[in-house]
Each structure stands twice: as structure tokens, then as C-alpha cells.
Write a protein that binds this ligand. Structure first.
Ligand SMILES: NC(=O)C1=CN([C@@H]2O[C@H](COP(=O)(O)OP(=O)(O)OC[C@H]3O[C@@H](n4cnc5c(N)ncnc54)[C@H](O)[C@@H]3O)[C@@H](O)[C@H]2O)C=CC1
Ligand SMILES: CC(=O)C(=O)O
Ligand SMILES: [Mg+2]
Length: 540
């Protein structure tokens, strides 16, 4: 007999098992059915107390039995994503040189400069490669410069591509570039797995990156590249340098922009219904002005202009705060990426205190991308609540211990009225007898569908319109039940359905922008495309 698992692990008796082929007799235990083994794997996972032990267990499972790993991942998304992704992947990165067991991706080192083509050609499945996540480990989540310890981020993101969008496992290449690290702790660690040197200067890095990108594109002609967790200056620089030459996008700038626009639109509908204030009257305060903060600001500005606002009107809805306080022209020299949102209309002294800034801006939405734990103090949350019947508060920094506030704090100090999304997951809460659900405003909702759409359309580049299509597709994908529950993002269990819809929207946007190379998809109706996309997905 076999035993089927329900999502909570309860067993149900099903049909009699087929006798195993004679060939395998004696090589496996006498009774080993996949369904019972799934229960065994879950039991082993759940017996571990620490997140990092669960992470190590799942890494081993993925290597030894990928089918089982992805089968369980898909049927237990809510349980698995916090382990293979944020927050636990952050611990895995911090400890990577100590928990390392075997290679899971490609390391390309500064020492390979001049010979990169040969190194990347060592990858096992040259023809299959379709998507690579590339990090240089210089800004892993909000944890800083981790050097080659950043590899688990590339691995984790690609596991979500496989689970969430059905990309074939052999089509993925996790890559960590080894360009040194400026974190002394790692340079002093005898177990550190990367080159024991400070990060290379930008000129040398540019030469390395040009050679790397050229080698990738000639070795893997069908490959799309997702840049991940590069420090902010390089994130913007390399996106601009390569986006018109290769199919690339930056997850922290564009993926985050897309996911936050989507959650903001759903939140703004609810907030506007309560305040009577139209979407065009929203004012958004960004606490944190790095790749993620400015990426989201650019996405919101682009959306506002599509709604008919002038660029200046759209820009005026956005206020940035960095470690020096409110970003404004008279403050002095500004990093390039902040300039477009620098306020022309403030001439006073530097404004550093977030409460003073809230008082001045009167924001409808407060978005945290600062890596500063608990920066949204009870007083900050109350200030947002005092000026908005339904304040939008998104503490988006990762991992969870860097979140600008907890869900509980946001609920408590707004009397349950907050419209909330965080970068890492929080548990639902019961507030005065009502169940309240936190949103997870994380780019993991966007990149699987965006990547899948770009791959299927054989897109030559990833345009802003494709990213925006992914964002609006996600915003639209909530079911009436999910809206009724007050959710801002769909339930993660529906990730394949969501990725299908996002991929369809992305394919259409690629066609409109004339960057696609798949004629047959142009003539397919939307409903035919929606049916065809799942047939292209890998299933465990
Ligand atoms: N939810 C999601 O999907 C995503 C979340 N993130 C998270 O966003 C965070 C920031 O990422 P990046 O922008 O790339 O990093 P970053 O280091 O470039 O940016 C941090 C920003 O916060 C500002 N900041 C630092 N201390 C501050 C303070 N005391 N007060 C006000 N501002 C302060 C800095 O000046 C900088 O502008 C990270 O924790 C990252 O994990 C990033 C991408 C996606
Ligand atoms: C989610 C993500 O990409 C980050 O925190 O960097
Ligand atoms: Mg990232």
C-alpha cells in the first residue's frame, strides 16, 4: 500500500504499491515508497531545532534526492521558503565557509581574469543553461560584504526559480564571483573559502566583469542573467553597462521595485478607500536610499507617469531618507542614484530625525530599506497612524532581524489598521478576535515569473516594460478570497499559478517591445498561452 501526505503531514491510505523491479531488490530497503519517504524526510527536517540545521539538511536532500526536495518544497512552500531563502539563508551565508560540504555552483575568481571563458566552460551542462543568478557577495541581504560566502543567495534564488516557475534544475547556474572581501573577519578566518584579499579596485573589476559577461554570453547563448546583491554603486553601474547588450536584470533594483509597486497598489486601494484620498495624492517616504530604495522609487515614479502625471509631479510624491537624513539639493554632494529624487523644495537645515521628517512630509506610506533594526519605533508607527486611517508601513529589510519593525509592533501601534508587508516572513496575528495577515514584499514573487517569461519569449533583453508587466501582473493576481482576507500579495502556495500569469504578461510586454524571438507565441491567444506555459514547467 502507499500512504499519501496531506499538507499537514496527515496520512491517508491509498492504492497498493507496484512490486519493485527485480533489478533493485536488495539495493534499497524492502519497503520504500515515495509517499512514506516524503513523510520520513519531513520528520527528519522537523526534528532539527535550529534553522541552520534545517538548511543543511535540505541542502543535502536537494543534492541526494532533488525530486523529493522540490516535491516537498512545492507542497510546503510556507515552511520551506524561510529555510532555503530569507531569513535562514542569511545565516547560511554568514557561516558558509564553516558549513560548506560540496560545490553547488560556479566560482569565478579574480585570479581567473584572462582565462574566464575556460573556467565557465567547465560548467557541466553548457547547452541546457537558461538562467544564472550572479552575485559578487558584496552586499548580501542587509548583512554586508560576505565575499564568496554569498554563494547560498544564488543557490537559494535559483531553488525558487525551479520550485516557483518550473525552470529545469539543470538549466540553472548559481554563480558567486570571488573579487575579494573587505570584511576583516573573513580575511582572518582560516576556513574562508575565497581569495584572501581586499576587494579589487573598480577599474580592475570593470575589466573582469566585461570579460565575464562576454564569456557567459558566448558559452551559454540562451542564458539570462540576474544580478544579485552587488553593492549599490556597482548594482546601478553594471545594470546600465550591460542591459542593452545582454538579457540581464538586477533583482534588487528591478525585482524589488516590481514587488513593492505591486503591494503598494493593493495597499493604496484599501488606504484610499478609508481616507478618500486618490492614488495621485499619496506621498511615499523611503527610509533607506540604496539599490533597493531607489529601485522602488524609480518603479513607483514610472507607474505614476503612466497614470498621466508629469515626471515632475510623479517625482514630487517621493521623499528619500538616507543615513544623513532627508535627501535634498542644498544638503551637498549626493551619490548619483539619489539625485533624481533629491528634493528641490526643501531649503532648511539638515533634517535627520524620522519623526520630524514624518511631520514635514505627512506620508501615506513609509517604506523601510535601510537595514536598521526597529528603526520604525512605536512613536514612528503611531505618527503614521495619526495622519492615516490605514497607514501603509512596509519594513522591507532582510533578513528578519534587520526588519525596521515587527508585524506585532505595527499592528499594536496602529490599533490593527496597518497595511503591512515585510521583506522576510512574519506569522499571522490574532488582533481583538480578528486574524490579521502580514504580506511578504519580497522579490521572490517577481523573479521566477519574470525569468520564465523572458526565457520562453527568447527575449534579447529585459525591458522596463517587462518588469512593469510583472509587477502589475502580480498586483492583479490576488483572488477575491485573498482580497477579502486583506492580503496585499497572493498566498505563496499559489506561486506556480502566479508565475504563469506573470510570465504571460512578461511575454506580451517582450512582444510589444520587439525584443522577443519566438514567433509562434505571438499568434497564440492569451488563454492558449496560459495553458501552454505550465506545459513548459518542470515538475518533480
Ligand atoms: N524585500 C525585498 O525584496 C528586498 C529587500 N532588500 C533589503 O533592503 C536593504 C537595503 O538594501 P540596499 O538598498 O541594496 O542596501 P544599501 O546599503 O545600499 O542601502 C541602505 C540604505 O539605508 C540607508 N541607511 C543606513 N542607515 C540609516 C539610518 N540610520 N537612517 C536612515 N537611512 C539609513 C543608507 O544610507 C542607504 O541609503 C537590505 O536589508 C536588503 O536585504 C533588498 C532587496 C530586496
Ligand atoms: C530579497 C533580496 O533580494 C535582498 O534582500 O537582497
Ligand atoms: Mg537581493
Amino acid at each position: 500500500m502507499t500512504i499519501a501526505l496531506t499538507s499537514n503531514g496527515v496520512q491517508k491510505l491509498k492504492v497498493a504499491a507496484q512490486p519493485r523491479p527485480q533489478l533493485l531488490r536488495g539495493l534499497t530497503p524492502p519497503v520504500l515508497t515515495p509517499d512514506v519517504h516524503a513523510m520520513r524526510c519531513l520528520e527528519q527536517l522537523r526534528s532539527k531545532d535550529k534553522g541552520i540545521e534545517k538548511y543543511i539538511y535540505l541542502s543535502m536532500l536537494k543534492e541526494q534526492d532533488p525530486e523529493m526536495f522540490y516535491r516537498l518544497c512545492l507542497s510546503h512552500m510556507t515552511e520551506f521558503t524561510p529555510i532555503i531563502y530569507t531569513p535562514t539563508v542569511g545565516d547560511a551565508c554568514l557561516q558558509y565557509s564553516h558549513i560548506y560540504r560540496r560545490p553547488e555552483g560556479l566560482f569565478v575568481s579574480i585570479k581567473d581574469k584572462g582565462n574566464i571563458k575556460a573556467i565557465v566552460s567547465n560548467w557541466k551542462q553548457l547547452d541546457e543553461a537558461r538562467i544564472s543568478v550572479v552575485t559578487d557577495g558584496s552586499r548580501i541581504l542587509g548583512l554586508g560584504d560576505l565575499g564568496v560566502n554569498g554563494m547560498p543567495i544564488s543557490v537559494g534564488k535559483l531553488s525558487l526559480y525551479i520550485a516557483g516557475a518550473g525552470i529545469r534544475p539543470e538549466s540553472t547556474i548559481p554563480i558567486c564571483l570571488d573579487l575579494g572581501t573587505n570584511t576583516q573577519k573573513f580575511l582572518d578566518d582560516p576556513l574562508y573559502l575565497g581569495s584572501r584579499q581586499k576587494r579589487v579596485a573598480s577599474e580592475e573589476m570593470d575589466e573582469f566583469m566585461d570579460e565575464f559577461m562576454e564569456a557567459m554570453s558566448t558559452t551559454f547563448p540562451k542564458l539570462m542573467i540576474q544580478f544579485e546583491d552587488f553593492s549599490t554603486d556597482n548594482a546601478f553601474r553594471y545594470l546600465e553597462r550591460y542591459r542593452n547588450k545582454y538579457p540581464v536584470f538586477n533583482d534588487d533594483i528591478q525585482g524589488t521595485g516590481a514587488v513593492v509597486l505591486s503591494g503598494f497598489l493593493n495597499a493604496a486601494k484599501i488606504s484610499s478607500a478609508a481616507s478618500g484620498r486618490p492614488l495621485s495624492d499619496h506621498r511615499i517616504l523611503f527610509f533607506g536610499a540604496g539599490s533597493a530604495g531607489v529601485g522602488v522609487a524609480m518603479q513607483l515614479m514610472s507607474f505614476f507617469t503612466l497614470q498621466g502625471m508629469s515626471a515632475e509631479e510623479a517625482r514630487s510624491r517621493i521623499y528619500l531618507v538616507d543615513s544623513q537624513g532627508l535627501v535634498f539639493d542644498a544638503r551637498g554632494k549626493l551619490a548619483e542614484h539619489k539625485k533624481v529624487f533629491s528634493r528641490h523644495d526643501y531649503q532648511g537645515p539638515p533634517m535627520k530625525n524620522i519623526l520630524d521628517i514624518i511631520d514635514y512630509v505627512q506620508p501615506t506610506a513609509l517604506l523601510g530599506l535601510s537595514t536598521i533594526t526597529d528603526a520604525f519605533t512605536p512613536a514612528v508607527i503611531q505618527a503614521m497612524s495619526a495622519i492615516n486611517p490605514r497607514p501603509i508601513i512596509f519594513p522591507l529589510s532582510n533578513p528578519v532581524r534587520l526588519s525596521e519593525c515587527t508585524f506585532e509592533a505595527a499592528v499594536t501601534h496602529t490599533g490593527g489598521n496597518v497595511l503591512f508587508a515585510s521583506g522576510s516572513p512574519f506569522n499571522p496575528l490574532d488582533f481583538e478576535g480578528k486574524a490579521l495577515y502580514p504580506g511578504q514584499g519580497n522579490n521572490m514573487y517577481i523573479f521566477p515569473g519574470l525569468g520564465l517569461g523572458a526565457i520562453l519569449a527568447k527575449s534579447k533583453s529585459v525591458t522596463d516594460s517587462m518588469v512593469e508587466a510583472a509587477s502589475l501582473g502580480l498586483a492583479e493576481s490576488l483572488t477575491p478570497e485573498e482580497r477579502e482576507m486583506g492580503l496585499l500579495y497572493p498566498r505563496i502556495e499559489r506561486i506556480r499559478e502566479i508565475s504563469t500569469f506573470i510570465a504571460k504578461q512578461v511575454i506580451r510586454a517582450a512582444q510589444k517591445a520587439n525584443v522577443d524571438d519566438s514567433e509562434s507565441l505571438r499568434t497564440m491567444s492569451d488563454s492558449a498561452l496560459m495553458q501552454w506555459i505550465p506545459t513548459k514547467m518542470w515538475n518533480p
